[in-house]
Design a protein around this ligand. Structure first.
Ligand code: ATP
Ligand code: MG
Ligand code: FE
Length: 337
């Protein structure tokens, strides 16, 4: 099966060509980050317009790099939620047009499921069941992947997503959008024990997360230092904040893996690119004899290959989306069509 996959849920226009879901022939990512940087975040109207401008070009590029053409493609996959409605609609419209014109099957894909499936592309031998920590710009979930397409969400954030916290703290420190990679970079040269920020573990046994208290504490610290006329050591703030986030995420994840008795834990989503989170979980997993996997950097953040992988597994299960497929901005994991 040759899948053409499209991802336009936020600020990346991406198209990938895959063979049998796990083998990536091309994965083109046109990032709009520069367009949004001057606003300090993604502007939805700008995102939609940019997707429209580049989508056809990105499709052509993906085909070219895969050395295939439209007649070789026999399946289309596209993100239909969650995400920005105007942005999603660009990808959905393009995917439906291709499926209709070529008379080939279409699968609408959940973006968060895509982040999880990046692990199947990274490791061709990986099979469910496993526990995944999905940490991205808009989501923080602990998910038990019981089989392909069968999920139990065991924990979720009650307020901010992990990536959102990284982005907001970065902004307060005067760093560029997106803030995660910037904090990661600064933290490497900062003292992670310089400041003790509060960590919310919530009720005993809960796998939920809460980052708003931590975020407020860091913002208060920055403001109070400014008011006192003190210099802020951004490296130390970044490292101390990152330590708090990473410790909460890693400790809850390993506990979840042990409680559920799984042999494998995977990381997924943009924050899975964080070097400290990877290292910390790697250590914890090896201490407990649990295998630990994470996607390469390019597969952590938004890309169409991960969407194609989900679409392929849905397709071989016999699932199909109708040509009336619409964008669903607040689509939840495990709430398919
Ligand atoms: P969602 O997937 O929830 O819809 P999104 O698609 O916008 O949101 P992703 O592209 O998955 O989010 O991830 C982007 C997020 O990952 C941003 O918040 C960014 O700051 C964060 N991020 C990227 N690299 C790193 C890093 N090295 N350390 C921490 N965070 C990072
Ligand atoms: Mg993005
Ligand atoms: Fe994402």
């Amino acid at each position: 099966v040759i899948t053409l996959a499209i991802e336009t849920s936020c600020d990346e226009t991406s198209v990938s060509i895959l063979e049998n879901g796990r083998w990536v022939l091309s994965n083109i990512i046109a990032s709009q980050i520069e367009q949004h940087q001057k606003f300090g975040g993604v502007v939805p109207e700008v995102a939609s317009r940019k997707h429209i401008e580049v989508i056809n070009q990105v499709i052509q590029q993906a085909l070219q790099e895969s050395k295939l053409d439209f007649s070789d493609v026999n399946h289309v996959a596209v993100t239909y939620g969650p995400g920005l409605v105007g942005a999603l609609l660009v990808g959905v419209a393009a995917a439906k047009a291709i499926a209709f014109a070529r008379g080939i099957p279409l699968n609408g894909v959940n973006h968060i499921e895509g982040h999880i499936y990046a692990n199947f592309i990274e490791d061709k031998d990986l099979e469910p069941p496993f526990i995944t920590l999905v940490v991205s710009g808009g989501h923080s979930h602990l998910v038990h992947v019981k089989d392909y397409g069968i999920y139990e969400v065991l924990g979720r954030t009650r307020d901010d997503a992990a990536g959102e916290a990284f982005d907001k703290i970065a902004r307060a420190l005067g760093l560029n959008y997106p803030g995660g990679p910037e904090i990661d970079r600064l933290a490497k040269v900062g003292d992670k024990y310089a400041i003790e920020f509060p960590k919310a573990y919530l009720e005993e046994g809960s796998y939920d997360f809460s980052f708003s208290g931590l975020k407020s504490a860091v913002l208060n610290y920055i403001n109070s230092q400014k008011m006192k006329g003190n210099d802020i050591i951004a490296e130390d703030v970044a490292a101390s904040f990152q330590r708090a986030v990473v410790e909460i995420l890693a400790e809850k994840t390993i506990k979840c893996g042990i409680d559920k008795g799984v042999q494998t834990i995977c990381l997924a989503g943009g924050v899975a690119a964080n070097s400290s989170l990877r290292n910390h979980l790697k250590d914890l997993c090896s201490q407990h004899g649990i295998a630990f996997k994470y996607p390469s950097l390019k597969l952590c953040t938004d890309n169409a290959a991960m969407i194609g992988c989900v679409g392929y597994y849905d397709y071989i299960k016999g699932l199909r989306s109708p040509l009336s497929l619409n964008a669903v901005p607040s689509l939840k994991l495990g709430e398919g069509l």
